[in-house]
Ligand binder design. Sequence first.
Ligand SMILES: [Zn+2]
Length: 310
Amino acid sequence: MRRRSTQSTLSTPRRFFFACFACSALIVVSSIAAYGQATPKFDSSRAWEHLRQMLAIGPRPAGSPAIEQTRKYIKDQLTAIGLKAVDQAWDDETPLGRVHMVNLIATIPGATADRLAITGHYDTKLFREFRFLGASDGGSSAAFLLELARVLKARRNRMTIELVFLDGEEAVIEWRGNDHTYGSRHYVDVAKRSGALDSLKAMVLVDMIADRDLGMRRDSNSTKWLTDIIWGQAAKMKLDGAFLPALTTVEDDHLPFLAAGIPSVDIIDLDYDAWHTQRDTIEAVSARSLQVVGDVLLASLPQIEAHLNH
Ligand SMILES: [Zn+2]
């Protein structure tokens, strides 16, 4: 289907080019990508498999052996698609003492060095009284970013894309003071000190995006033009049942970026019955929800790039 619609927009010489190679679907697909005529499609079945694999590791709180195992999984998957994850490691002070944390950063070079960061957390909240798997809360964002990495690696990107798997989003005890967003605060601190913040033009955060009954409201803390592009695109695609026009206010990993002056948006479904309960398991989430977010975000990227003049 995609090939046909793409070909109909091509000039005659290029149509001839494709006809010559029609016997090899692989060559045709790579040619389309090289000409920037089509973006590879987000495949939620791949994201779903990543989610299953990470849930099989068990609860994955910051500093645990299980999150170390999760990092290995993420890195191995990135390596398999030709991307290298760089560790941004540090020890942070928490109400439970020092905890070793690691953000994982994978960079996909674009036509310019200006960066668009796409981020999400991969840690799960520590609960001692029950087994918290975090299918949507921590699992969905990490699984989504892995599949998005595959798609964006094959896309011709106008800006450099930085995929950031954030550690320590969750409070070690309770969301107050500095007991939250350890990974995003550390990332922004490092970027400020190194001067890397100058080339960071915008940030898109995904969090809790696999709720079976997906309904994400616009976040009033997020940058308006970014929110308008993404929610507007969803409306064009008739996916406004998932990207709802109603407003809410969310505190999340986007706040340190916003405080540093980086336009940022949080795509999050906080209206999730299983939130921070033992019911946040594979039964509460769906691949379809990951697909909707993937489709809308990818369709929004050209507008985000255009807004940033790339
Ligand atoms: Zn949480």
